[in-house]
Ligand binder design. Structure first.
Ligand code: ZN
Length: 134
């Protein structure tokens, strides 16, 4: 029964929610910057951003056209399927939205989009895939 403590608590919770929203918004901006700068298929990038699996390079965007001219896309190791639920030891649970030979992007439930260097993820075992069907 202490109104001051309750009010302080509510203010702290509101500030925390605000911080969380900012982090999330920032992560979306980072994803848009990634779209602008990506050297990979832009159609695939957008589909992944919205949580859809892409059938593969579209052959229609500027990047695909450039790769086609150079003799096809590079071999790509994809240990993390798009749509796979994963757990990161500090960022928590999330869903893989994109994976290429350099980086895996995860939409974390709490932190928003985070792009992680694939080499670091694999070496450090940073992402635990949840067992299929769990
Ligand atoms: Zn494309």
């Amino acid at each position: 029964m202490n109104g001051t403590v309750d009010a302080l608590d509510a203010a702290a919770r509101a500030a925390e929610a605000q911080r969380h929203r900012r982090t999330f918004e920032q992560s979306r901006l980072d994803m848009m910057r990634g779209y602008a700068e990506t050297g990979a298929c832009r159609r695939e990038y957008l589909l992944n951003y919205f949580g859809e699996a892409a059938p593969g390079p579209c052959a229609g965007c500027d990047n695909c056209a450039a790769v086609e001219g150079a003799g096809g896309p590079p071999a790509c190791e994809r240990p993390f399927d798009v749509g796979r639920r994963v757990t990161h030891r500090t960022l928590g649970a999330g869903t893989v939205v994109r994976c290429d030979e350099h980086a895996v992007t995860v939409l974390f439930d709490q932190q928003g989009y985070q792009q992680l260097a694939l080499a670091v993820v694999l070496e450090g075992g940073l992402l635990d895939p949840e067992p299929a069907g769990a």
